[in-house]
Design a protein around this ligand. Structure first.
Ligand SMILES: [Zn+2]
Length: 100
């Protein structure tokens, strides 16, 4: 299975680090609350918001993927705990690369 966060081609390191950090925040929130992995992405405010409870899961500069005029709903695919662990490690590396 080709996991969605493994292909950083075409993204500057800082943008990539924000994208995968946002993805991880969605999975961490799902683990903590059991809320479905459904978020609203607010392009103007640059944030991911849980579609169930409204908690802001991630905000950061320039992390949204593409341009669209209004909040857009995304559903994230289910991952195993092992895959979420891989994602955590990938985010740590991406942050280190972005801050190098
Ligand atoms: Zn929630």
């Amino acid at each position: 299975m080709n996991l969605p966060w493994t292909d950083a081609r075409g993204y500057p390191p800082d943008v990539w680090a924000h994208l995968v950090s946002g993805d991880l925040a969605v999975y961490e929130h799902n683990l903590r609350t059991a809320h479905p992995r459904r978020i609203l992405c607010h392009p103007d405010k640059q944030e991911y918001v849980c579609a169930i409870c409204g908690e802001v899961l991630y905000e950061g500069p320039d992390f949204t993927d593409g341009s669209f005029p209004r909040p857009k709903e995304y559903r994230f695919i289910p991952l195993s705990l092992e895959q979420i662990g891989d994602l955590r490690r990938h985010v740590a590396k991406a942050m280190a690369r972005a801050n190098a």
